[in-house]
Design a protein around this ligand. Structure first.
Ligand SMILES: *Cc1c(COP(=O)(O)O)cnc(C)c1O
Length: 424
């Protein structure tokens, strides 16, 4: 008799899963070069050549087909300076999808603004343009969208709503490096793009981030906002002198990316395009195979996504086809079968243990503000439905060979067929 792995049968998978992030001799050399250079930070002394940070800024702007890029310490700080750079401040409302990583909303709190949570489109799990429009008030100052898992937000619809209301759009691209919407790179469609280069992301430095924009004045503010208000010095550089000058038009904080991270990213950026292609080919294979399993619906990027970037491979599960078992039990059975982590989707931000702004003293600007930021006041039925149905696999699964995609779909098929065996 066939027995599920979680019941002591053998796992479906005998695969050595790729690890992520991946290092290379180039990455190692790049970091060693920084250590030996005597320049470890943008805020350090000039040692005769362009900082890695500014070199990465140039290359990442080029990659994203935008005029300007400002590297940051992480994705959260990229979002924070994006909002601050757009003039968002105390009491302003910023629309944020209710299904995302907590930083999409906590970055809004960082500028004393109010994250207004909007529901998602079940087909993409990204913010729905209708929900965005319905949430706009006279206090709305920006719309923030997240290109989640492997989808891109419907930018046609969102930009149309934003233009009609005269609101800037921030694209949270932390999960979408390299994706294109109708031929245009994400991060170049809204006023600002914000990227994370935390170690799980498609482009990884350990910790890191970047903000992108075509607007030169905004780019100048973003530069200062992340460098304690400092700018790059005008005129010739002087050896051993600090390259940043105290010329300032806006007060900032220190959210600078270290030279070592910039060096890692310069090396990693050379493989991103090819890795995205491998992931895409495997993702299509996997989605095609999974679609034949009863009760399993892969969430495919919309057809307007002309270059796809898979941060997570997401599938929607119909429990009825799995003997009615709770999603958590199905998840555990799959994990045992694959010997690979299978995760739930994010809990909606109106009921997420990581998102408790109303309990944080720092944000208690007034009783009224505390009420405004309380996430429990928002209704997010589609985000809740997604949390009850969606399972995700990290993109490194898509860097395995083609045969591994067959194994993954077999694991889903086995758990579905033998769902009666799943322990309660
Ligand atoms: C990872 C992530 C962030 C935050 O990036 P950090 O580098 O961890 O600060 C923001 N938004 C989304 C959607 C993310 O996935």
């Amino acid at each position: 008799m066939e027995v599920l792995a979680i019941r002591g049968g053998g796992a479906t998978a005998e695969i050595e899963w790729p690890i992520w992030p991946r290092s290379s001799s180039e990455t190692l050399k790049a970091v060693a070069g920084v250590l030996e250079s005597g320049r470890w930070a943008l805020s350090g002394q000039w040692r005769g050549s362009t900082s890695r940070e500014q070199e990465f800024a140039r290359r990442f702007a080029e990659y994203n087909e935008v005029a300007h890029c400002v590297p940051t310490a992480n994705g959260t700080s990229a979002l924070t300076i994006a909002f601050e750079g757009l003039g968002v401040g105390a009491g302003d409302e910023v629309l944020v999808p209710g299904l995302t990583w907590v930083a999409s909303a906590s970055s809004v709190l960082n500028v004393n603004a109010v994250p207004v949570l909007v529901d998602v489109d079940p087909a993409t799990l990204c913010a729905s343009a209708e929900a965005i429009e319905a949430a706009i008030t006279s206090r709305t100052t920006a719309i923030s969208v997240v290109h989640l898992y492997s989808a891109v937000t419907d930018m046609d619809a969102v930009l149309e709503v934003a233009d009609r209301h005269g609101l800037p759009v921030v694209e949270d691209c932390a999960q979408a490096h390299g994706a294109r919407w109708r031929g245009r790179r994400v991060g170049s469609l809204g006023r600002v793009g914000a990227f994370s280069m935390q170690q799980t992301k498609l482009l990884a430095a350990g910790e890191g981030g970047a903000a992108t924009t075509d607007d030169p004045e905004l780019a100048d503010r973003l530069f200062q906002l992340r460098a304690d208000g400092r700018s790059l010095a005008d005129g010739p550089r002087v050896f051993d002198q600090v390259e940043l000058s105290d010329r300032s038009s806006v007060m900032g904080s220190n959210y600078c990316m270290p030279e070592s991270s910039a060096a890692i990213l310069l090396a990693q950026l050379t493989t991103l395009e090819q890795e995205n292609e491998v992931r895409d080919v495997n993702a299509v294979r996997l989605a095609d195979a999974l679609e034949r399993v009863p009760g399993v619906m892969p969430i495919r990027p919309p057809s307007a996504v002309t270059d796809r970037a898979y941060y997570q491979f997401a599938v929607s599960i119909d429990r009825d086809a799995f003997a009615g078992r709770p999603l958590e039990q199905i998840r555990r059975a799959l994990e045992a079968e694959l010997d690979f982590p299978v995760s739930r989707s994010y809990p909606p931000l109106n009921d997420n243990p990581l998102y408790q702004p109303h309990n944080k003293r720092r944000y208690r600007l007034s009783e009224e503000h505390a009420r405004q930021i309380d996430p429990r006041r928002f209704d997010l039925p589609e985000a809740e439905r997604a949390f009850a149905r969606v399972l995700i696999l990290h993109h490194r699964v898509l860097l395995a060979g083609a045969e591994a995609m067959t194994v993954v779909s077999e694991a889903f098929s086995r758990v579905q067929r033998l769902a009666d065996q799943i322990p309660g």
